[in-house]
Design a protein around this ligand. Structure first.
Ligand code: PLP
Length: 396
């Protein structure tokens, strides 16, 4: 009989968004017509910017004409896209060559696929609370996972612990769900630790576009030594509204080698075997993000989400509520009031003021007692939700 990958039986059922959906639809059934304020979603709401849409239309027209039609794409990405990504790094003072950039259909795809490069005997460090894919991807492969708690006691930015040495280390900065960011010194400690131990860091930069603070690196390659130990996963989802359009890129420096194996060359081999590239239309529309006009327009959208964050945080500040994130990330990680746990507070928010957050415990047990609010809703809903939270919290 065929033996399935039995590691899948070790996966815990993911109930988080299912449970949220169930509770919300039960509430709606019992209270028809009542408006719900969805502050939990991690999806963008503003449409793609004009520069992207124009480039997309142009690419569609090219595909309609025999003289400009494109078939299969280069597996690692269009040279023009890789060149533009390389120049984007250069504009921030970081040297990444085009053949170190690999176009992807988004960060999730590569966070999973990149794990093909590493033996299942490697152990993996995950700082928790965490984006759930880090844990589940490695359970599927059967790797040992070492959980490192991130909490108020370490500002949600844990530093290397010599008693927790693993071959692979995930770092997500700005962080989903906590909104925490690692500064230069903290990242340097991780890079040095990885190089001392021969580990590889998987640096998830999905939210780098939200960084305001100049002391916070946008890329791990701003840190000396990172090219010897880190892979960077980038996404256009939250940067440019590509959640439904699907585009990202992954950087694997040429310097990154382990046991004499060149990880960049291995990934070329992997992509040319397992991928036929990302759609021409999508890559061309993504190239528009790197233009001056594209950067100006995506930054307008990011400013809109940031303004949401500022008005929300102002209300929490006025109340003296404890929260983290919000400044360099589109997430606000709030301590539940009193002794309420994440789900109790979720229920209270839904039943009393019709506001939805994401229970922190859904990102791992270290998230218990917190709730995540996102800044992606429209501004009037965000302002109304903040007002409602304010009047609710005054009762505590
Ligand atoms: N990494 C983090 C930390 C995320 O929060 C998300 C999406 O929410 C992703 C990766 C996935 O991004 P993409 O839409 O590019 O697959």
């Amino acid at each position: 009989m065929t033996i399935p990958n039995m590691n899948y039986s070790d996966l815990k059922d993911s109930y988080l968004f299912h449970d949220i959906g169930e509770r919300v639809s039960r509430y709606q059934k019992e209270h028809p017509g009542i408006k719900i304020y969805r502050m939990g979603v991690g999806d963008v709401t503003l449409p793609l910017c004009d520069a992207v849409i124009k480039a997309m239309h142009d690419a569609v027209d090219e595909q309609a004409d025999i003289s400009t039609f494109h078939g299969y794409m280069p597996e690692c990405g269009l040279p023009s896209f890789r060149e533009k990504a390389s120049l984007h790094y250069a504009s921030r003072g970081t040297e990444i060559s085009p053949d170190e950039v690999f176009v992807s259909p988004g960060a999730s795809d590569d966070l999973g696929a990149i794990m093909d490069l590493f033996d299942s005997r490697n152990s993996v460090l995950v700082m928790e609370p965490a984006y759930p894919a880090y844990v589940d991807t490695n359970i599927m492969i059967g790797r040992r996972i070492v959980h490192m708690p991130a909490g108020e006691f370490n500002g949600f930015t844990p530093l290397p612990d010599p008693s927790l040495r693993t071959e692979l280390i995930y770092i997500c900065s700005p962080n989903n769900p906590t909104g925490a960011v690692f500064d230069r010194d903290q990242l340097k400690k991780w890079v040095d630790f990885a190089n001392e131990n021969g580990s590889v860091i998987i640096f998830d930069a999905a939210y780098e576009a939200y960084i305001e603070d100049p002391s916070v690196p946008h890329s791990i390659y701003e840190i000396d030594g990172a090219k010897d130990c880190a892979i960077e996963i980038c996404s256009f989802s939250k940067t440019a509204g590509f959640t439904g359009t699907r585009l990202g890129y992954t950087v694997i420096p040429k310097e990154l080698k382990r046991y004499g194996m060149d990880l960049n060359a291995m990934w070329v081999r992997n992509r040319t075997t397992k991928s036929n590239g990302v759609s021409y239309i999508i890559q061309k529309s993504g190239e528009a993000v790197f233009t001056e006009e594209g950067q100006r327009q995506i930054n307008e959208n990011i400013r809109y989400y940031k303004e949401n964050g500022r008005s929300f945080m102002k209300v929490l500040d006025d109340l003296g509520v404890r929260y983290y994130g919000g400044k360099n990330a589109p997430y606000i990680w709030m301590k539940c009031p009193g002794e309420l746990n994440s789900w109790d507070f979720f229920d209270l928010l839904l039943n009393e003021i019709q506001v939805i957050g994401t229970p922190g415990v859904g990102f791992g047990s270290c998230g218990e007692g917190f709730i995540r609010f996102s800044t992606f809703a429209n501004s009037s809903d965000t302002a109304e939700a903040a007002e409602r939270i304010s009047s609710l919290l005054r009762r505590f």
